[in-house]
Ligand binder design. Structure first.
Ligand SMILES: *Cc1c(COP(=O)(O)O)cnc(C)c1O
Length: 230
């Protein structure tokens, strides 16, 4: 299967899953996770109409971003080291991995310096997996309350990574839990916070995520094929 065919199939699956859940398919954005993939593969996806791409390493993003026209949107999905924030710039559409106060502070510092406001999602460790990054559910409210003091950072929603070992039904419950958390938090108001986006679902479970309310799904292998390093 070519990248173009894979993209067509994934888009079709998203549409079918959305209709099953009585959702409008246009509410769901497909992100092509291009980490470890070649520039050629990324260009092929772009030529097939894909515009949103996601990388997990700042250095790799720096190498790849200049290869695509400016209308390509780049998302950062990996854990972000504080000392890498200074290498970020306005080509980045959305940072999905805001997961701690020190990162919030560094984004604020660099945002003020560059006169730029970062668009972010707060990463939630909904599965309480000790191997995963992300805030615990009970930490989210206090964290969101800090955004008012960090005017160069805006939160647009929540992101999660399902537990690796989870069955598909466990994964569905985690996705549902994230949506319920979002709905509860939406009743409250914090400056700099709007919770319209839910980034959840990868190659193995993006259809479930769409059924449970995802507005962004992050698909790598399902588009590009297996990564060399797994
Ligand atoms: C790698 C990665 C993905 C994509 O995983 P696939 O299994 O290739 O679809 C999605 N989200 C995050 C955070 C990732 O690191």
């Amino acid at each position: 299967m070519s990248i173009e065919q894979n993209l067509a199939r994934v888009r079709q699956n998203i549409e079918v899953a959305a209709r099953r859940a009585r959702r409008d398919p246009s509410e769901i954005k497909l992100l092509a996770v291009s980490k470890t993939m070649s520039a050629l593969a990324v260009e092929e996806a772009y030529r097939a109409g894909q515009r949103d791409f996601a990388e997990n390493r700042v250095q790799e993003w720096h190498l790849k971003a200049p290869n695509l026209p400016r209308d390509a949107k780049w998302h950062l999905i990996g854990q972000l080291q504080t000392n890498k924030v200074k290498y970020l710039d306005s080509r980045l559409a959305l940072i999905h991995s805001l997961d701690r106060v020190s990162l919030l502070q560094e984004l604020e510092r660099q945002g003020a310096r560059k006169d730029w406001t970062w668009n972010t999602l707060v990463q939630v460790n909904i599965a309480r997996d000790p191997a995963k990054a992300g805030l615990l559910t009970e930490e989210i409210e206090d964290f969101l309350a800090l955004l008012g003091e960090h005017p160069h950072v805006r939160v647009w929603g929540l992101m999660t990574i399902g537990a690796l070992a989870a069955t598909s039904e466990e994964t569905r419950l985690f996705f549902r839990e994230l949506r319920v958390l979002r709905d509860e938090l939406q009743d409250k108001q914090w400056p700099g916070v709007k919770l319209s986006e839910l980034s959840m679902g990868m190659s193995q479970d993006y259809e479930t995520a769409v059924e449970e309310g995802a507005t962004m799904v992050r698909v790598g292998r399902g588009i590009f094929g297996d990564r060399m390093n797994g």
